[in-house]
Ligand binder design. Structure first.
Ligand SMILES: Cc1cc2nc3c(=O)[nH]c(=O)nc-3n(C[C@H](O)[C@H](O)[C@H](O)COP(=O)(O)OP(=O)(O)OC[C@H]3O[C@@H](n4cnc5c(N)ncnc54)[C@H](O)[C@@H]3O)c2cc1C
Length: 331
């Protein structure tokens, strides 16, 4: 048995950890309150509703990945298993347009049951996962690694890093660790688009067409979904993802200033309850310049593998395949 630390409990980190845990002692560390990373679901408080100042637990909204698709036989087999276990269900077939589901493209869009985050929580079962723990630096020691966190220090014989690449590079820099020039150049080329994600409960039905998703042809909205129609929430809550141009322009704006133009463009039937609106700023939402391989094994250092949705192919599928490739590289 050797010890491996996996940084990040998103799809890539959890997939790598599950494969590695068959033969190794594995610890997964994530700074988030729970597992899942960008497969994220938030519970909206009811505070702010008339006559409910203290607030309670309100409905949920998927605010990161909205669905998953399969383009490879490997991931299709995994998703078929999840479907048999009741972890995912077909949400719709084909592409979403301004009026809901439009053209067929031969692909099923699967949703998590009941939420996207539930898939990650299932994958984390049985693993040793430390959430709420931020890694601050990593540095080589002997043939292995020292992983510094805000809750203590871990030693590992190998390291898998799955945060968005710029964040992984920051951890190496903080540890005074230099990559080989080729690796530094390859990883330095990776780029992501940011995304503002607005979640708003409504006083009545959203009016979005079944199955509850719309992709307007023009900005500022890239995507919106009704979490009630999708099966995530018991009452109407919309998730609105701003497009990249609006996101960049409004990045630092307060929630009201983001909500106003997005809700005007959304033209929902139900009245938005603005006092309960929440905003999540995804700085590294989706990779737009990817590393061509499914993972990168660092040269000239103790065992270190970079993985995530910026390696090989994007999205939840890419993250899962990259996590599997990282595990194979260390086995
Ligand atoms: C708004 C939005 C919409 C999307 N829509 C879709 C979609 O519909 N379909 C689809 O397939 N994909 C979608 N995606 C992309 C999908 O969510 C990602 O491709 C996938 O979830 C990435 O998984 P990952 O494991 O590579 O990274 P992540 O999920 O980002 O996991 C990395 C983890 O590392 C942790 N971490 C980072 N730094 C540290 C640190 N210093 N210490 C400890 N932990 C750390 C983070 O907390 C995070 O949990 C969407 C993404 C966003 C943001």
């Amino acid at each position: 048995m050797s010890s491996i630390v996996v940084i990040g409990a998103g799809m890539a980190g959890l997939t790598a950890a599950r494969a590695l845990a068959v033969r190794h002692q594995v610890l997964v560390i994530d700074k988030g309150r729970g597992v899942g990373g960008r497969m994220a679901t938030r519970r909206l408080s009811t505070a702010g509703e008339p006559g409910n100042r203290a607030g309670g637990v309100g409905p949920s909204a998927d605010h990161g990945a909205q669905f998953l698709t399969t383009h490879t036989a490997e991931f299709a087999a995994t998703v078929a298993e999840w479907q048999a276990q009741g972890l995912v269900a077909a949400w719709f077939h084909g592409l979403v347009g301004p009026h809901g589901v439009g053209a067929a493209d031969g692909h099923v869009r699967y949703r998590g049951v009941p939420t996207m985050n539930a898939i990650a929580r299932h994958l984390a079962r049985g693993l040793s996962v430390q959430v709420g723990t931020r890694v601050s630096a990593v540095r080589p020691r002997g043939r292995g690694w020292v992983v510094e966190t805000d809750r203590g220090v871990h030693e590992a014989q190998a390291l898998v890093m799955t945060p968005p690449v710029p964040q992984s590079l920051d951890l190496l820099t903080a540890g005074g660790t230099a990559l080989a020039p080729d690796d530094a150049a390859a990883l330095g080329a990776v780029r992501y688009d940011p995304c503002l994600a607005l979640m708003v409960p409504l006083a009545g039905p959203s009016g979005l067409p079944a199955p509850g998703a719309v992709d307007p042809a023009a900005g500022p909205i890239e995507w919106m979904a009704d979490n009630q129609i999708k099966g995530v929430a018991g009452e109407p809550v919309v998730t609105i993802h701003a497009d990249a141009a609006f996101t960049l322009a409004a990045w630092d704006a307060p929630v009201e200033d983001v909500a106003r133009p997005l809700l005007a463009a959304a033209a929902l039937a139900g009245e938005p309850i603005l006092t309960r609106a929440q905003l999540h700023r995804w700085r590294y939402a989706r990779p737009v310049v990817l590393h061509p391989e499914a993972c990168l094994v660092a040269a000239g250092l103790p065992p270190l593998v970079f993985a995530g949705d910026a390696f090989g192919r994007p999205a939840v599928e890419g993250a899962a395949l990259s996590g599997a490739a990282a595990a194979a590289a260390l086995t």
